[in-house]
Design a protein around this ligand. Structure first.
Ligand code: NAP
Length: 302
């Protein structure tokens, strides 16, 4: 069995690539590690994905995309790609199998970056979380710290505030990075306080998180915050460890051209894993469509 296209990753970029590839009658396989949807399923409400007035739940959109891909004939296996063999005929190697394919689309996304401070790893699952949709309901009427100043931190602080009594956002600079519309929502929120120029230094607790010490980066002054939970949204790391002989930029993202070609012929990359300016679901699905069309052209030229 030789596939036309193997797509590594079943997030919005991978699912969109699968829809376009399978609709073009290419024999298409998605290899997905856990479940389709990627980071999108951890978002309660996607307000900026076009076509859904009032927004759509991330999980709901993932289910729709997966159904659409399967309806056109794309296959999905749950397995982890550990290597790609380059060359005219390519192989995607997983823990359980070796898949042969004419082209590969890498849509493996990113994972959450840790702060790497004492207490962070120790309290994962006992007060430290990287996913508001998964864990915010555990903090009903409790006090929660959110770390970061980007879109994720600010958007998720708003979501957590639906459950928690008080949410404190700690950001290392004096200005949030998040989109202005998101900033406006939390700045006027009665239960959300933003502390600027500060970073968590250590997380303390016994059974679960009880206290976080934060440091003001300008004055070096420490302050203890009594909280029950810490949500960390300090950025993303591209999932490229399994790759070799593919050009990456200095921060580890895959370099592509605008047709999603990587530095290796017949291997394409799309979505958050590639070097680009705007990481959104709408740009991920656009990338996926382009990667599938480029894969199709590549096969026609073989
Ligand atoms: P991000 O934009 O990289 O923001 C990470 C935040 O964490 C920044 O504010 C950064 O501070 C801070 N930070 C980094 N390392 C830190 C550390 N060690 N300690 C404390 N703070 C630290 O990451 P993101 O918010 O997860 O967003 C990732 C991508 O997804 C972005 O492109 C974003 O636009 C997109 N996204 C979009 C939406 C939406 O449109 N609704 C929602 C979520 C995510 P500095 O600002 O000082 O660097």
């Amino acid at each position: 069995m030789i596939y036309d296209v193997i797509i590594i990753g079943g997030g919005p970029a991978g699912l969109s690539a699968a829809i376009y590839a399978s609709r073009a009658r290419l024999k298409t396989l998605i290899i997905e590690k856990t479940g389709c949807g990627g980071q999108m399923i951890t978002t309660d409400l996607l307000e900026n994905y076009p076509g859904f007035n009032g927004g759509i739940n991330g999980f709901e959109l993932a289910v729709k995309l997966e159904k659409q891909a399967r309806a056109f004939g794309a296959e999905i296996v749950y397995d982890e790609a550990v290597a790609i063999e380059h060359g005219p005929s390519k192989k995607v190697i997983t823990a359980n199998y070796v898949y042969e394919t004419k082209t590969v689309i890498i849509a493996a996304g990113t994972h959450a970056k840790k702060m790497d401070i004492p207490g962070e790893s120790e309290f994962i699952g006992r007060g430290v979380s990287f996913c508001a949709v998964c864990d915010a309901p555990f903090y009903r009427d409790k006090n929660v710290l959110v770390v970061g100043g980007g879109d994720s931190a600010v958007e998720e602080a708003g979501y957590i505030s639906k459950f928690a009594k008080n949410v404190i956002v700690v950001h290392r600079r004096n200005e949030l990075r998040a989109a202005k519309i998101l900033q406006k929502k939390i700045k006027s929120h009665p239960n959300i306080l933003v502390i600027y120029d500060s970073m968590p230094k250590e997380i303390f607790g016994t059974e679960s998180v009880e206290k976080v010490t934060i440091t003001n980066v300008k004055t070096n002054e420490n302050k203890d915050l009594i909280v029950d939970g810490v949500f960390v949204f300090t950025g993303l790391i591209p999932n490229t460890l399994f790759l070799s002989d593919i050009a990456l930029d200095k921060t580890g993202y895959i370099i592509t051209d605008e047709d999603m070609n990587t530095s290796s012929a017949g291997i394409f990359a799309c979505g958050d894993i590639r070097k680009k300016q705007l990481r959104q679901i709408v740009t991920a699905v656009s990338d996926g469509a382009q990667a599938a069309v480029s894969a199709q052209r590549c096969i026609e030229n073989l």
